[in-house]
Design a protein around this ligand. Structure first.
Ligand SMILES: [Cu+2]
Length: 154
């Protein structure tokens, strides 16, 4: 009986180690810029605009230039995921706990094409749905470029 209890508690220890896997999770930065540091002609950008991470990783949106924020596109996030909206000119941190593709934008500059994609773990679960989401004007153009970047990753 004692042996059996020990065996069960060993499993419990392993299970708790797995659930604390966030200890090894990574944190990434996405900078919010008035100009793309790699191409000064591109104005109002998330940098990088496409970011691939693992489930449980954290993204910090950094207010490198003032006047920007990060807001999820509620039509372009996976089922069961939470929307976010950060304050203008403030850093913001979010940990992703649902696999999928997340479209997001800067609230004041969406029309200027300030949009981005976060790909979490098995991002393909809703990638085609996100791709099919209707976008307008400059945002549409930028998204097309970002999808091409994602498609070239495989
Ligand atoms: Cu902006």
């Amino acid at each position: 009986m004692l042996r059996k209890i020990l065996a069960v508690s060993a499993i419990a220890v392993i299970a708790s180690a797995v659930s604390f896997s966030s200890v090894w999770a990574a944190t990434y930065e996405v900078l919010m810029y008035n100009k793309n540091p790699d191409n000064k002609k591109e104005r109002m950008v998330f940098y990088p605009a496409v970011l691939k991470i693992e489930l449980g990783d954290t993204v910090k949106f950094i207010s490198a230039d003032k006047g920007h924020n990060s807001q999820s596109d509620k039509k372009a996030i996976p089922e069961g995921a939470e929307n976010w909206k950060s304050k203008i000119s403030k850093d913001y941190e979010i940990t992703y706990t649902v696999d999928g593709t997340y479209g997001y934008f800067c609230t004041p500059h969406r029309g200027l094409g300030m949009v981005g994609l976060i790909l979490v773990g098995d991002y393909k679960v809703n990638y085609e749905d996100v791709k099919a989401t209707k976008q307008k004007s400059k945002a549409k153009k930028v998204y097309e470029k970002l999808y091409a970047e994602v498609d070239a990753m495989e």
